[in-house]
Design a protein around this ligand. Structure first.
Ligand code: ZN
Length: 287
């Protein structure tokens, strides 16, 4: 089944809610980075929350989320947009932990930084210190403190023993401006008694079912759904333009020194190779 995200309202429009099944998206990231289970879990959680942040945007707007908690995984980067496209990487995807401990692998001595490109000259940047490195709690803290929107974020990834992804998904629930704070307390109380998110996700719940589970089926109105997928923004054209922009002297230097040029995209691990003949052709069009 293809991944998708739903946008909903609940409790007489006092709550705005999003949920996503990101299983195939996280599986693609795991394959591309050959990530071990803990790295897949951490990256997948941030991609799941990140794709929802992207779905809150409009048109050509984009969002990047950087998490660095000083733990063995290094930096986790996620880019997303309003079209449901998300990509991401973790500095050390081969990191293996004794148990599947995301918080310890991410670390909590660092920051979660969100950068939103909404078409203005400078991006909007918000930053918070990490709470636990468990990702969901850290996104909750970011939305509540930096965007001043009382929120609850739940994200989870289940990894098979052969490192492939069994299931991934999550939700973000937000109190609309002017809403009754009591509504948030009702939801918090519900969350204490309902089955954990991981069991919902492992059972393959749809995004609609996730929201009904958390908010109560009688309270949720789904407004729209949209596909989500792993999609990098790199391409042969982009790399070609980057090489051309170096100028003919620099390209000649590459031809003489290495006889070729190569580039590796951090986000999708795609490898680009340009041989001498190709570089000669690019040199002709460069300034
Ligand atoms: Zn790429």
């Amino acid at each position: 089944m293809n991944d998708y995200l739903v946008k909903a309202v609940a409790y007489q429009n006092q709550i705005r809610a999003y949920a996503v099944n990101s299983t195939a998206t996280v599986a693609e990231a795991q394959r591309r980075h050959a990530a071990k289970p803990t790295a897949t879990d951490a990256l997948g959680r941030s991609m799941t929350a990140g794709v929802i942040l992207g779905a809150m945007l409009k048109g050509e707007e984009k969002v990047s989320v950087k998490i660095n908690g000083g733990g063995p995984l290094g930096t986790i980067m996620v880019d997303s947009n309003a079209k449901g496209e998300v990509r991401g990487y973790v500095s050390h995807p081969q990191t293996e932990m004794e148990i599947n401990e995301v918080g310890k692998a991410v670390g909590m001595n660092g920051l979660l930084t969100v950068s939103k490109d909404v078409g203005l000259m400078h991006p909007f940047v918000g930053q918070i210190p990490l709470i636990s490195g468990e990702i969901g709690e850290d996104y909750t803290s970011y939305l509540s403190k930096s965007e001043q929107t009382a929120s609850a974020v739940g994200v989870d990834v289940l990894v098979n023993s052969d490192s492939t992804v069994k299931a991934a998904g999550g939700f973000i629930i937000q109190l609309m401006p002017g809403a009754d704070e009591e509504v948030l307390n009702i939801i918090k109380d519900r969350m204490k008694v309902i089955a954990p998110l991981s069991s919902m996700i492992s059972e393959g719940s749809t995004p609609e079912q996730l929201l009904e589970h958390v908010l109560g089926s009688e309270n949720v109105t789904v407004l729209e759904s949209m596909p989500v997928r792993f999609q990098c923004q790199c391409s042969v054209d982009r790399i070609t333009n980057a090489i051309i922009s170096l100028g003919s002297e620099e390209i000649q230097d590459m031809i003489e020194t290495d006889g070729h040029a190569e580039a590796n995209c951090h986000f999708c691990n795609e490898f680009y190779y340009f041989d001498t003949e190709h570089l000669q052709a690019l040199k002709e069009v460069a300034l």
